[in-house]
Design a protein around this ligand. Sequence first.
Ligand code: DAH
Length: 350
Amino acid sequence: MKDKIEEIKKEFREKISGVKNLNDVNELKVNYLGKKGAISELTTYLKELPNEEKKDFGKLLNELKTEVSSVIEEKIKSYEELALNEKLKNESIDVTLPGTKIKSGAPHILEKIIEDIEDVFMSMGYDVVDGPEIEEDKYNFEMLNIPKGHPARDAQDTFYLSGDEILLRSQTSPVQIRTMLSKGGKEPVRMICPGKTYRRDDDDATHSHQFVQIEGLLVDKAVSLSDLKGTFEVLAKHLFGSHTEIRLRPSYYQFTEPSVELDISCFKCKGEGCSLCKNTGWITVCGAGIVHPNVLRNCGYDPSIWTGFAFGFGAERLAMLKYGIGDLRVFYQTDLREVDAFDRREQEND
Ligand code: DAH
């Protein structure tokens, strides 16, 4: 009996020294300590022994059991520790490594320039107002001094929605009319209105059937062209740098008299002449003028008391100039590479 126990002990010691992983140990555990394991078998056998042998044999068997189970538990523990350390090693985070940049959204470059322009005008006391994109002919044309059949209408090839009364506004100038009407001819007005406008243009690098105009209107007493010039100087210097100069050239619009074209000195060549300014040193950015007395009258303002200036410009054109963008269509394509390029250009500009 003793020999049998010694044999098992020896065999166990050999086997346990050869285990390679936790599975091997668990297998040994089943083989030695499991219900049908070697030690359990001996325990069953012990019950059949005569009482005088039971004591010695029981003691030896107990010693064997204690050794086997403690060695096995120790081995299991050490393998578990090893596995845990390995896991911790793999999961450890090097906090000094540079993080992965998460792409985040940002306002569109066109939106940014509109907000920038709004801020400049708000700082001068202007309200930012909104108007309908589906407009009536009378606001889009008639009350702006452009009666039916007037040739000026041809220049704004308009989308009519029903008959010849309802249209997609071809300019933001109708918002001038709506704003003045809302004041009842009694109060001064200072407003800008950025908004979408529509014309039946074929889309190319410099034309689009939909574009953003920013309309502006100031009505008060004794307003002159020099007020317009001063106001635009503030905007131009803010957008294109403090060296930027302004000049006015005569022009013609039905809703202003006199009408002007507003040029800024070329911010690229500083007036020397380059491809951007077509060697003139100047870039046209805006149509403007002194509000026509007929327009004031149409909106209930007495032109012998009130005067005003108005202006309208394309937001895309300003953004193209400011960020050196050659094709207007990129503003309306959902190409994230272009958006990234806008961001890069803006950082370069800053
Ligand atoms: N509405 C004009 C256009 O679309 C732009 C414009 C010119 C607006 C002169 C004005 C202005 O208010 O005074 O071409």
